[in-house]
Design a protein around this ligand. Structure first.
Ligand code: SF4
Length: 307
C-alpha cells in the first residue's frame, strides 16, 4: 500500500525571512533574560517563582520566556502564575485562566476589589494609580507568602527602567532607577525583573508573534501616567536622532563611578587625601576631548609627569 500523500508546502522567501527573524527575536529575548538572571543571580535551584501576570504583553512574555528557559535550565525551579483580579469593570476574568490552563501552568487568581476602594478614597479627577499600585503590591506580597513563593517576578523591561531613571531625576531630584532585583518593602520577599535587559519594542513584536490574548489596560478608566508617557517620548526621540545614546544611558546604569558623582554617603569625600599614585582613568574633566569618539579612536592617556 502506498504511503498517504502529505501536502508539504514550501515556504515562500518572505515566509522564510519572517521565520528567520522570529527565531532571531526569540533567541535575543532568551539570551537577554538568561543574562539578566545570571548577572543578578535572580533564580536559584529550588526557587518557587511567582510570576505576576496582568494580561498585558510584558507579563505574558515574561511567563512565556521563563517557561521556555526552564526547559533547558541547568537547575530546577517552579513557576506559578498569579493574577490579581482588581474587579475593574469589564475585566474579562476568563481570559487568563483559559490561557494558563491551556499552557498547563499552575496558577492562582486573587480576587480583591481594589477598584472600589480606590474609587471611594481618591477624589474625582485625581490620579488613582499610586494608591492602586500600593494596594496591589501589598496583596501580591501577601499572596506570595501564602503560596510559599521565594521570588516574585515582575514584567518591567529596559524602557520602564530608563523612564524611571529620568522621572526620578527630573521630578524627584534623585539618581534612582528600578533595580533588577530587590528586597520587597515589607522585607519579606525578593522581587526580580528578568526582562530588565529587554527592549519594549521586542516585547511588542514577541506578543504579536505568540498571539497572547492581551487584556486592555485602561479598564480602570484612570488617566494615563502623563509624566511617564513624556519620558517615553523623550527617549524615543533621542533614540531616533542620536542612535546609541539610549543604549549608552542604559549601560551607564551598570557602570557607576561614585567618586565622580556627589553623594558623600557613597564615597568618603571628607577623608579624601592624595595618595601619590596616579590614576590613568581618573579625573579627565579638564581634558579638551574627554570622550573618545568612534571616529577619533581612543585618546592616548599621557602621564602627567610626561607633560
Ligand atoms: S492604570 Fe488603573 S489599574 Fe493600573 S495602576 Fe492605575 S489605577 Fe491601577
Amino acid at each position: 500500500m502506498n504511503a498517504p500523500e502529505t501536502a508539504v508546502r514550501t515556504l515562500t522567501r518572505g515566509e522564510q525571512k519572517q521565520a528567520y527573524e522570529n527565531n532571531k527575536l526569540f533567541k535575543r529575548l532568551a539570551r537577554q533574560v538568561g543574562q539578566a538572571i545570571a548577572d543578578y543571580n535572580m533564580i536559584e535551584a529550588g526557587d518557587k517563582v511567582m510570576v505576576c501576570v496582568s494580561g498585558g504583553k510584558d507579563s505574558y512574555a515574561l511567563l512565556d520566556i521563563l517557561l521556555r528557559l526552564r526547559e533547558r535550565a541547568p537547575i530546577d525551579f517552579d513557576i506559578i502564575a498569579v493574577n490579581l483580579d482588581q474587579k475593574q469593570p469589564g475585566f474579562p476574568a476568563h481570559v487568563l485562566p483559559e490561557y494558563l490552563t491551556a499552557r498547563g501552568v499552575p496558577f492562582h487568581v486573587e480576587n480583591q476589589d481594589t477598584y472600589s476602594i480606590v474609587k471611594r478614597l481618591v477624589p474625582e479627577g485625581k490620579t488613582t494609580c499610586s494608591l492602586c499600585s500600593r494596594l496591589r503590591r501589598g496583596i501580591l506580597y501577601r499572596v506570595a507568602g501564602e503560596l510559599g513563593a521565594t521570588k516574585i517576578a515582575l514584567g518591567h523591561h529596559r524602557d520602564d527602567i530608563l523612564q524611571t531613571v529620568l522621572l526620578n531625576m527630573f521630578y524627584g531630584g534623585k539618581l534612582k532607577g528600578m533595580p533588577p532585583k530587590l528586597q520587597s518593602d515589607d522585607g519579606k520577599h525578593i522581587v526580580i525583573r528578568p526582562l530588565a535587559y529587554v527592549k519594549e519594542n521586542d516585547l511588542e513584536k514577541y506578543a504579536q508573534l505568540r498571539e497572547f490574548p492581551i487584556i486592555p489596560c485602561n479598564l480602570c478608566g484612570s488617566q494615563p501616567n502623563l509624566k511617564r508617557a513624556e519620558m517615553k517620548t523623550l527617549l524615543q526621540e533621542w533614540d531616533k536622532r542620536f542612535p546609541g545614546r539610549v543604549d549608552n544611558m542604559f549601560s551607564a546604569l551598570a557602570d557607576v563611578v561614585p567618586s565622580h558623582l556627589m553623594d558623600h554617603r557613597l564615597f568618603p569625600f571628607a577623608g579624601l587625601r592624595a595618595t601619590g599614585v596616579a590614576d590613568p582613568h581618573g579625573d579627565i574633566a579638564f581634558d579638551d576631548e574627554p570622550c573618545a569618539t568612534p571616529d577619533s579612536g581612543t585618546v592616548p592617556i599621557v602621564p602627567f609627569d610626561a607633560l
